[in-house]
Design a binder for this molecule. Sequence first.
Ligand code: GTP
Ligand code: MG
Length: 369
Amino acid sequence: MSAPAPTYVAVLTPESPGAIAVVAVSGDGAGRLVAPICRRRNAGSIERFDAGLPRLVQIMDGEQVLDDAIVSAFTIGDVPRIELNLHGGVRIVQRVVGVLERVGGRLISATAFEDRFGGRSSFDRDVDKALMVAGSRRLAIWLMAQRRALPSFFSEWSTFNDEEITAFRRRSEAAIRLIRGVRVALVGPPNAGKSTLANRLIGHERVIVSSEAGTTRDWIDETAIIDGWPVTLTDTAGVRDTHCEIESEAIRRGAAQARSSDLVLAIVDATEPADSRRRSIEATLSAVSSDAPTLVVVNKTDAVSKRIEPATAAEECWVSALSGDGMELLEHRIADALKLNELDSTEPTGFFPAHLYGRPETEVERTTT
Ligand SMILES: Nc1nc2c(ncn2[C@@H]2O[C@H](COP(=O)(O)OP(=O)(O)OP(=O)(O)O)[C@@H](O)[C@H]2O)c(=O)[nH]1
Ligand SMILES: [Mg+2]
């Protein structure tokens, strides 16, 4: 008699803290493996799980309750699968998986599990991976559109000419950066309104604002939704000559952040005379010396009554972080500078580096491991 086919166990959610974790068990013996380690909340035992009838149970390690979990049973193709929806603590997941292994489950990676039982293409898995980190509704909708558009594009890859491939790669660069995480640094002299502008873009009072110059010390990262796209904003300490050691270190750290950003917003104060704004822009940009594109933002337009003369041609955006005036245009400009407008259409566009070569990322992972 041949040995019974193994029952496989995999953690489907990422190995990082989260609100829930999903442990899947697949194979003919899935029910026989899971039922004995579960009990009803009134301590009664569980005989079996019925498909389509999720149950709230306690997962047990002997007499110890490991977690309250929702357990659902279904079949994929004709293979029975049971999913345990646990609380997301890393320790709970480890212990539940440990119990499942002890009663005979064979632990495999989520990728191997998906290969065996998922029934989904590797590109679908790319979309799911990206959706997990997509920080905005617009990006999620865009990814769902790619789920339809990209596979047929990949299947015709060999028929495209160089020009078509180049256009595809150009569109894709912006999306790859967005999925990896786009960073925008706010720099400028003290009191220009960097933190007020950061709060306005973030949508709540995340950072401290005060009329005292030198308020922001350590740089602060926070996600803002710019034109519908998720962008990480870094508010930094105002750039000026100072004898204060702590402030100097804060300025140095802020400049380092700006150098590793995808875009630098140089904020200046509209109430300053044009000459002094010009000097501020020069001093700020030389202090951060970043290769990233720069957008000069003139803030506090509400505080000046007469028309302000541009100090340099680079002064492109005029806003009032206090009243919100000009913010919509500023958001468009930021999105343009980050080339996110490349994603306005639903043309096939890659979002992982492997897509630049016409194949799903998971395929590359598999051939390189
Ligand atoms: N009238 C007006 N005041 C503003 C505006 N934006 C900021 N302020 C004021 O300018 C002062 C400094 O604002 P902050 O946002 O703390 O400036 P900051 O550039 O972050 O300053 P540091 O952290 O010290 O470098 C505060 O009193 C703000 O209320 C604006 O658009 N209009
Ligand atoms: Mg500040």
